[in-house]
Structures are given as structure tokens and as C-alpha cells.
Ligand binder design. Structure first.
Ligand code: PLP
Ligand code: FVT
Length: 433
């Protein structure tokens, strides 16, 4: 629970006001701190790896707006690109060269993406990709994996990870039984289960959608056998492989997780980093599949603000910076340092735990042994995580407010920041034990 002093007083007052105006006082449940038993901080500003709350406390930020801020906050080239774009008007509802520039940067970076459509969020990207896969194949069913989160698309809000799992609504009211019936839920990392599903219903399956490295039940890395099954089975049965890289795209490498794992999906969904902190999502892939999207093909998908000029300016500035000066080696080193430090801190405290990581995505699970799927993740000591979270916050380290999320390191973090985080974790894990 939060410290009893006045440290968070202004955030508390702002939250009390916000609750009278918005459900739960927030515009997304993930940020409400409900999973760690407390109230959220209200943020006043951010720069580099730091956030400042309404009470003037400064934090080392490991949420990074839930993924987008890989370059750190208020990155100068992004701020400059936005400042240059604003006076030209904020939206036209007509094509711009900025959209082509962002599409080109995505296509040049992600080898499996031949053509792309820009939307406004990760949710829109996955929703549209699923509709396209159904339209392309003429089939209805979609395979997803328990604990994977693909945004709040009705048909994918079944056994969902992230806030849906944490806040105990993996299957939300409002998703009709009919919609859910077309979703086949399988355990992550279970190649045999995927094989069995295709053996039974292979000719009804339009698509398999998956997180190539899962972040939404905490970081869970796919086994080689699972990657192989994903590569082969959908193709053998005429289904499309939809790689949801909303979180991993441009984070694990320029080509995303698919580049690191050697996957060649038919469709890829992107979000978060591609908007540089503004609302952008994207879906793209094989040219013949993308040709089915309206107005070239018959599958409907639209958006008043899609390809918005401010969003494409921030997205282009971010992707250009990543391509010109790739931070991935640095992020790998910082990630490894944090992984070792957190594991050492938990071991010293004698707490059952495991640290799982790929690149700059890291999770300390309070779980005895590896976490490979949702059934492992569900065994975590989430009460201990809540205590650890507040102990870290009181030490000015801002972690994702749930056991079932990845923390993100940015290129603005330094070795000294990582070491300070490890020092805080040593105390926090002991205090939370
Ligand atoms: C893998 C994945 N897919 C889709 C989404 C949905 O994206 P958005 O929140 O932008 O709608 C998220 C995150 O929220 C995500 O992590
Ligand atoms: N990993 C889960 C998210 O990124 C969701 C963020 C949100 O909906 O606020």
C-alpha cells in the first residue's frame, strides 16, 4: 500500500476528482493501480527516463507509456518534428506524404511487411487484421493464446492477458457468446495443442494471432518448438499467421520479434513505438492479402484520423532515429544488467522468483520456476508483487502496476539508472517479503 505520508497528496486529490468524471477515474484500466491495491499517480511532465508527478516527485520510468517511449520522453527530434507539424494544421482527412514516409519506414524495417495500412491504435490494428484474415480466407474461426492480449477487440477479449487478467475479467461482459464461439483459445507455448486444433478444425481457421514474445502475462519467450509450429501449421492448413507486434515491434529489433525469432508471418500488427507517443497503429504484410483491403479490395476498414499528420510526424521522427542510431545493443546490455541484478536481489531475499527477459522487456515473476504459459503465470504471488511495487514507488522507481506486464527500458536509461534500480529492488524485495 502507498506510504501514509503526504507524498502522493496532490495525485490523490486529482484522482478523487477524476473519479467523479470518468469510470474509475481513468481512460484505461491498466493505469488505475487497481492490481496493486492503491491509487494512480497523476503525471505532470516527463523527460528522458524520468516522470514527475503532481506532487513534484521524480521517478525513473519503466512503463514508458506502456511501450512507445523507447527513445525516452520528450526526445528532441520528436519534439522538433511535432513543433514543425503543428502550425501546418492538425488534421486534413486527405492523403499526405507523411503517411507514405511512415509506411516506407515500416516496410523498409519489417521484411514480411510488403504493404501497410495506418490506423489509430493497436486495438484497431488487430481488429482490422482479423477482419482481413477472415475476408481473405472466407473462414470464421480465430486461434488465440491464453494470457495474450491484443487490445479490446470483442473476439480477442477472451482469456485475455494484461489488465483483463489482472482485474479479473479475462472474458469481459458485453462480448457475446456468438462472438466468443469463433475464438479458439489455446495454451501459449503448447505446439501439441496447436497441432490438435488444426487437425480437428483446420479448414475453419482463418488466422492464428499471437504475441511473438508475450509481454501481457509478464515476459514469456516462445520455445523453439512453438515457433516452429506457428511457422508451419497455419500455412499447411490455409490459415494466416498474424504476428501481433504492437508491443515488440521496433522494440526487440528494427524488424521486431519476428526478425529475432526467424518468423515470416502473413500479417503483422504494430502500434506503440510506430507512433512515437502519438496514437498510431498499423497492420500490414503480404501484398496479395493487403490487396483485399478497401478501396483496392472488398474488406472494409476506415478512420477519420488515420494517418494523422502529427502522429505520422512523431512516428517518422522516432523510426528514423531508431534506424539511424539503433539502440538495440545498448538496450540488450542494460536489459541483461537489470535481469541479473533483479534475480540476485530476489535470491538474496530468499524469495521464490524468476526473471524473464528479451531485450529491453523484463519481468520479475514471484513464481517458483519458469513461467511458460498462463497457467504458470496464474500461480504468481500477486500480493507480494503489490507490496514490491509500492516499495519501489516509494524509492522513486515507477514500475508497471501489475505482475502481468513487461517493464520497458529506454535508450535514455543509463547503467547508473539500472544500478540504482537494482539497489532499490534489494531493499524493496526484502521489505515486501
Ligand atoms: C500485444 C498487444 N496488442 C495490442 C495491444 C492494444 O494496443 P492499444 O492499447 O494501442 O489499443 C497491446 C497493448 O495495449 C498489446 O500489448
Ligand atoms: N500491456 C498492456 C497495455 O499496454 C495496455 C495499456 C493500456 O491499455 O492502458
Amino acid at each position: 500500500m502507498p506510504a501514509a505520508d503526504n507524498r502522493y497528496a496532490n495525485s490523490r486529490a486529482a484522482f478523487a476528482h477524476a473519479k467523479t468524471l470518468m469510470p474509475g477515474g481513468v481512460n484505461s484500466p491498466a493505469r488505475a493501480f487497481g492490481a496493486v491495491g492503491g491509487e494512480p499517480l497523476f503525471i505532470a511532465r516527463a523527460e528522458g527516463p524520468h516522470l514527475w508527478d503532481l506532487d513534484g516527485n521524480r521517478y525513473l520510468d519503466y512503463i514508458g507509456s506502456w511501450g512507445p517511449m523507447i527513445l525516452g520522453h520528450a526526445y528532441p527530434a520528436v519534439v522538433e518534428a511535432l513543433a514543425a507539424a503543428v502550425p501546418l494544421g492538425t488534421s486534413y482527412g486527405a492523403p499526405t506524404e507523411g503517411e507514405s514516409a511512415l509506411a516506407q519506414l515500416i516496410i523498409d524495417s519489417v521484411p514480411s511487411v510488403e504493404r501497410v495500412r495506418l490506423v489509430n491504435s493497436g486495438t484497431e490494428a488487430t481488429m482490422s487484421a482479423i477482419r482481413l484474415a477472415r475476408g481473405y480466407t472466407g473462414r470464421d474461426r480465430v486461434v488465440k493464446f491464453a494470457g495474450n492480449y491484443h487490445g479490446h477487440v470483442d473476439s480477442l477479449l477472451v482469456a485475455a492477458g494484461s489488465a483483463a487478467a489482472t482485474l479479473a475479467v479475462p472474458n469481459s461482459p458485453g462480448v457475446t457468446a456468438g462472438t466468443a464461439a469463433d475464438t479458439i483459445v489455446l495454451p501459449y507455448n503448447d505446439a501439441a495443442a496447436l497441432e490438435e486444433a488444426f487437425a480437428k478444425q483446420g479448414d475453419e481457421i482463418a488466422a492464428v494471432i499471437f504475441e511473438p514474445v508475450c509481454g501481457n502475462m509478464g515476459v514469456v519467450v516462445p520455445s523453439p518448438a512453438f515457433v516452429e509450429a506457428l511457422s508451419n501449421l497455419p500455412r499447411e492448413h490455409g490459415a494466416l499467421l498474424v504476428c501481433d507486434e504492437v508491443m515488440t515491434g521496433f522494440r526487440l529489433s528494427l524488424g521486431g520479434a519476428q526478425e529475432r525469432l526467424g518468423l515470416e508471418p502473413d500479417l503483422t500488427t504494430l502500434g506503440k513505438i510506430v507512433g512515437g507517443g502519438l496514437p498510431v497503429g498499423a497492420y500490414g504484410g503480404r501484398s496479395d492479402v493487403m490487396a483485399k483491403v478497401l478501396p483496392e479490395g472488398p474488406v472494409f476498414q476506415a478512420g477519420t484520423l488515420s494517418g494523422n499528420p502529427l502522429a505520422t510526424a512523431a512516428g517518422c521522427a522516432t523510426l528514423r532515429a531508431l534506424r539511424e542510431n539503433p539502440p538495440y545493443e545498448k538496450l540488450e546490455k542494460l536489459g541483461e544488467r537489470l535481469e541479473k541484478g533483479l534475480a540476485g536481489a530476489a535470491k538474496a531475499a530468499g524469495v521464490p522468483s524468476v526473471v524473464q527477459r528479451m531485450g529491453s522487456m523484463v519481468t520479475l515473476f514471484f513464481h517458483d520456476g519458469p513461467v511458460r504459459s498462463w497457467s504458470d503465470a496464474a500461480e504468481c504471488d500477486t500480493a507480494r508483487f503489490g507490496r514490491y511495487f509500492w516499495e519501489m514507488l516509494d524509492r522513486n522507481i515507477y514500475l508497471p502496476c501489475s505482475q502481468y506486464e513487461a517493464l520497458f527500458i529506454s535508450a535514455a536509461h543509463t547503467e547508473a539508472d539500472i544500478d540504482a534500480t537494482i539497489a532499490a529492488a534489494k531493499e524493496a524485495i526484502a521489505a515486501a517479503a
